[in-house]
Design a protein around this ligand. Structure first.
Ligand code: ZN
Ligand code: FE
Length: 255
């Protein structure tokens, strides 16, 4: 039992992902910013697409869905709560639902905050999570629809995954996220060494995603709002985790 995952850069800084179950040849894509590069990758790999998995309603994640559906006949999966503003769904999903990609089970998490109705796709056996604009490498999505309380709840769902789970997020924002993270925790040595790795990758045009939950827990300030040392650094020693998260998010919005 194994999944093969291929990262596909789309538009200026989006990522889509192809996922193939090696046992059954079933293939899914997570998000469709643009159908063209995804169709190109499917052709190069000689894979045929079965499922289109949508994380949330923003155009840079769904614009290519109808084109890709028409050209591949794949079934479209997305959040029931967002069905009114997503392309027509063949399968409506809610938190706690599970479906199969071949032999691999995929759990659906509600990861609202960036938008309400944002979902993530978690393959527990393969230790792979597709988070789009909820948890991002060294960051998290802006709170366009939800609030700090809601997004902190989402962070906790990611914290609960195994440290080895790899997180595949929706954008290449890591370099600017890193510069911000350093303003919160300048003395975090794990963060400092991660930043060296990010610089090397970007200089060589290598994606900085995926990154493991363990690494995010050690370096991503949004995943660390519950820690004493982080609360002290933002002068909120006695504040709630969600309030500290909210303060870090506000600082990032103004960064
Ligand atoms: Zn978005
Ligand atoms: Fe996005």
């Amino acid at each position: 039992m194994a999944l093969q995952i291929v990262t596909i850069p789309c538009l200026s800084d989006n990522y889509a992902y192809l996922i193939r179950d090696e046992d059954t040849d079933q293939v899914a894509v997570v998000d469709v910013p643009d159908a063209t590069p995804i169709l190109g990758a499917l052709k190069d790999l000689n894979w045929s697409l079965d499922k289109i998995l949508i994380t949330h309603h923003h155009y840079d994640h769904i614009d290519g869905v109808e084109d890709l559906r028409t050209k591949t006949g794949a079934k479209v999966y997305g959040a029931k709560a967002d069905a009114h503003r997503l392309p027509a769904l063949d399968v409506e999903l809610s938190e706690g639902d599970t479906f199969e990609l071949g032999t691999e089970a995929c759990d659906v998490l509600d990861v609202s905050g960036h938008t309400i109705g944002h979902i993530a796709f978690v393959f527990k056996n393969a230790e792979a999570a597709f988070s789009a604009d909820s948890l991002m490498a060294l960051g998290c999505g802006r709170l366009f629809e939800g609030d700090a309380e809601m997004m902190w709840g989402t962070m906790k769902k990611f914290i609960a995954l195994t440290d080895d789970t790899l997180v595949y997020s929706g954008h290449e924002y890591t370099a600017s996220n890193a510069a911000f993270a350093l303003t919160i925790e300048p003395g975090n040595t794990d963060l400092q060494s991660r930043i060296e790795d990010i610089k090397h990758k970007r200089a060589n045009d290598i994606p900085t995603v995926p990154a493991s939950i363990g690494l995010e827990k050690a370096t991503n300030p949004f995943m660390r709002a519950n820690l004493k040392e982080v609360k002290a650094l933002v002068n909120m020693a006695d504040a709630s985790n969600a309030d500290v998260f909210g303060e870090i998010r506000r600082r990032k919005d103004n960064f």
